[in-house]
Design a protein around this ligand. Structure first.
Ligand SMILES: Nc1ncnc2c1ncn2[C@@H]1O[C@H](COP(=O)(O)OP(=O)(O)OP(=O)(O)O)[C@@H](O)[C@H]1O
Length: 327
């Protein structure tokens, strides 16, 4: 099946007074039509940069240094303004962490939804769209201002706006992080149902490994601006092949047994100023050997998934480091 999205060795940096921070370090990823893919990683791993790059919705200080990003046939960083506008309007839908930031507080929601739909939709069409996002009493919601809605209802309005034009790709950046825990699963279930209905691909950017495990077909684990492990969720989570995926799982709330404490990942993620010439995870890795500090690992196929680790076979077999360990 040909991919809907293809990132090929994508390098994106941000100009800062300290130098150019490398947010994506030759990131490679494919997203298939109709799949739900979760991109997970700690804060700073590059998830948002990759997600927003799909619509070239990056801040002015962002620079695409090299590589290519193809979204539904559009080369995002080479496209002209009209092509980009059409891509964002007709083929992409975004759902952000905080729905209140996505909605205009001064405008009734019905008018905002109408704008997202385009043309001049009548009340019946607006109400029907809100009902598809499982909003109870859509007529009342249409006439409300955003501050009159609960967080969960506001997020459903944002979801309705995101699917208004039948996008090919829905990108949801921590879509449930700002919501009450009791409704997170229901909002995720709505997103998935709409993905099924619209046949769009759904990309969930998240720190929450447990949440994505329940909802994603495939998982892509990011570290230091690279996708370090990608494969079927069930396979990756049952037996990770990258030490970072293992550490993320150990740190995921809910994986602990009664009486057992969660293990935070020791150390902190890198802030890269140039290309990383070694394994970016090496300083924090319990499997690291000398090679990891000297040679940049390339992506390869191990145990039915793609992984960026010199010692993925050992990780799969759970063999810790040997005498050749990095000092
Ligand atoms: N506008 C910016 N200016 C400078 N550096 C930035 C900017 N945005 C992101 N970065 C840096 O780029 C790297 C990747 O950030 P990004 O936000 O893509 O990661 P993330 O995984 O989405 O993190 P989070 O979960 O916190 O959003 C980080 O080192 C971050 O500090």
């Amino acid at each position: 099946m040909s991919s809907l999205v293809e990132a090929r060795d994508l390098v994106i940096g941000y100009e800062t007074p300290q130098g150019r921070v490398r947010a994506l370090d030759e990131a490679r990823l494919e997203i298939l039509p109709g799949e739900t893919l979760a991109i997970v990683g700690e804060s700073g791993s590059g998830k948002t940069t990759l997600g927003m790059a799909a619509g070239k919705l990056l801040p002015a200080e962002a620079i695409c240094e090299s590589g290519r990003l193809l979204v539904d046939g559009c080369a995002v960083f080479e496209a002209g303004a009209d092509e980009l506008r059409a891509l964002r309007r007709d083929r992409l839908g975004f759902v952000f962490q905080n729905p209140m930031n996505a909605l205009d507080p001064t405008m009734r929601t019905g008018r905002q939804v109408a704008r997202a739909m385009g043309g001049q939709p009548g009340r019946t069409a607006i109400s029907a769209l809100l009902a598809r996002a499982e909003l109870p009493d859509p007529e009342r919601v249409m006439d409300s201002f955003p501050h009159e809605l609960s967080g969960g209802m506001a997020q459903r309005v944002v979801i309705a706006m995101a699917i208004a034009r039948g996008p090919r790709l829905l990108i949801a950046d921590e879509p449930t992080a700002s919501l009450d825990a009791s409704i997170r699963d229901r909002v995720m279930a709505t997103l998935r149902r709409l993905r099924d209905e619209t046949k769009a691909s759904l990309v969930i950017l998240s720190h929450d490994l447990r949440m994505v495990a329940r909802h994603a077909d495939r998982i892509a684990v990011m570290y230091g601006g690279r996708i370090v492990e990608t494969g079927e969720s069930r396979r990756v989570l049952a037996q990770p092949a990258h030490p970072y995926t293992r550490a993320l799982m150990a740190a995921a709330a809910g994986n602990e047994r009664p009486g057992q404490r969660l293990e935070p990942i020791p150390g902190s993620p890198p802030v890269l100023i140039g290309r990383c010439d070694k394994c970016a995870y090496e300083p924090r890795c319990g499997f690291a050997q000398r090679q990891c500090a000297e040679v940049r690992p390339e992506e390869r196929e191990v145990g039915g998934r793609r992984v960026v680790c010199h010692f993925a076979e050992r990780v799969l077999e759970n063999l810790p480091r040997t005498s050749g360990a990095a000092p």
